[in-house]
Design a protein around this ligand. Structure first.
Ligand code: ADP
Ligand code: MG
Length: 403
């Protein structure tokens, strides 16, 4: 079940069809689409530049937004192609049709080293439906298939899964390889102690990941709204905090599982509580949480407290491998971002391997200006979580040798 890297493939003069994840955040500015975070494009540059240097004909394909199977002008990839042009200092031949005569003609006119990009894959209903006919039409455009779209690897779509059976040569791009190296190989046998920080909105989103990590982690630190469900399960008053009342049994189960596995399972010992979820709202640090003294009636937990920050930082310092998923507070509001920033700072200082997965946690680390201090930051939100859960990603499985 070996997977090839593009280094293993002779790409010279070949048409290389590369699935990238250029589903970047944008904003409209006077009718112009502006890319607000170009990380995913930059992370694909090693693959694109390798192919250019090795004189391949590079044909890029991606999805962008949710046009739902038909052309929607605001989801055109043209601005992304134009942006890529500025990054690689080479024209990007843009095909305003995803498949058919237009891309066929562009591709047949390509010279070695040229780069082209197809219009949004999701303008075609066959993409998300993983339609074999659409997949084979895409496959006709290339001799070699490369998948560098880790962020889309958890979806079985035509360009990530179906296409593989129509291509004889399939390989991972460098980004895909890097994501799998850190999220899969390194975390499969992590250097110990292995410390995990889990936060975010819901326990129910993270059950699979938490259970899978119980098999490997030495310590799991819980923050965010998900902590409230554990408080509730333990009989600690939670005031008006966000909670999943129907998940308290599950919370108890996870605590028991941690005991069974000998995993240190740490909940916040204090929190920042606020009267409202908005900037400038009245807030205060609670005292030590217990059944007798919890979150104030009508107030909500919005961040971890100062004692918890100290405790979590100490645990993070002990880690040789540290994995973080999910902000520990409502970090979008700067008043409630201290805990999340403190976690990012502790990780930045660590001499261990630091890995961050998940959409919002990555945003938080970037906002804190600490992204370059981490060993690895995943470009995949959903894909990274599914991989951590131990699930097989269709986009990765499709790259393995046919049996
Ligand atoms: P990720 O994308 O990193 O996996 P999630 O999507 O699970 O993270 O959770 C992120 C969201 O959780 C953020 O929008 C954040 O505001 C929210 N959150 C964190 N702590 C709390 C809290 N105490 N109360 C309500 N929402 C919270
Ligand atoms: Mg999220």
């Amino acid at each position: 079940m070996a997977k090839l890297s593009i280094r293993d493939v002779d790409v010279r003069g070949k048409r290389v069809l590369v699935r990238v994840d250029f589903n970047v955040p944008t904003k409209e500015d006077g009718g112009k689409t502006e890319i607000t975070d170009d990380t995913r494009i930059r992370e694909a540059l090693p693959t694109i530049n390798y192919l250019r240097e090795h004189k391949a004909k590079t044909i890029l394909m991606s999805h962008f937004g949710r046009p739902k199977g038909k052309p929607v002008p605001k989801y055109s990839l043209r601005p992304v192609a134009e942006y890529l042009h500025t990054l690689i200092d080479q024209p990007v031949m843009f095909s305003h049709e995803t498949v058919g005569d237009v891309p066929q003609k562009i591709v047949s006119g390509m010279r070695d080293g040229d780069v082209a990009m197809l219009e949004n894959l999701r303008f075609q209903s066959g993409e998300e439906a993983n339609d074999p006919k659409f997949a084979s039409t895409l496959a006709d455009l290339g001799d070699i298939y490369v998948n560098d779209a880790f962020g889309a690897a958890h979806r079985a779509h035509a360009s990530t899964a179906g296409i593989a059976m129509f291509m004889n040569v399939r390989a991972m791009g460098f980004l895909m390889e890097k994501e799998l190296k850190y999220l899969h190989e390194e975390l499969d046998k992590p250097a110990k102690p292995f410390v995990v920080i889990m936060g975010g909105a819901k326990v129910s989103d993270k059950i699979g990941v938490l259970k899978a990590l119980m098999e490997k982690a030495d310590a799991i630190l819980i923050g965010g709204a998900m902590a409230n469900t554990f408080f509730k399960a333990e009989g600690i008053p939670i005031g008006a905090s966000r909670v999943e009342v129907d998940k308290t049994n599950l919370a108890n189960e996870l605590v028991d599982l941690a005991k069974e596995r000998g995993v240190q399972f740490l909940l916040p010992i204090d929190v920042i509580e606020a009267q409202e979820i908005k900037a400038g709202a009245k807030k205060q640090n609670t005292s030590r949480l217990s059944r007798e003294s919890g979150i104030t009636d009508g107030w909500q937990a919005v961040d971890i407290g100062t004692a918890t920050i100290a405790l979590f930082q100490e645990e993070i310092t002990k880690g040789k491998t540290i994995l973080w998923n999910g902000p520990v507070g409502i970090f979008e509001i700067p008043d409630f971002a201290d805990g999340t920033i403190a976690i990012a700072e502790a990780m930045a200082k660590s001499t261990g391997t630091t890995v961050i997965g998940g959409g919002d946690s990555v945003t938080a680390v970037k906002q804190a200006g600490l992204a370059d201090k981490m060993t690895f930051i995943s470009t995949g939100g959903g894909a990274s979580l599914e991989l951590l859960e131990g699930k097989k990603l269709p986009g990765v499985a499709a790259l393995s040798d046919k049996e």
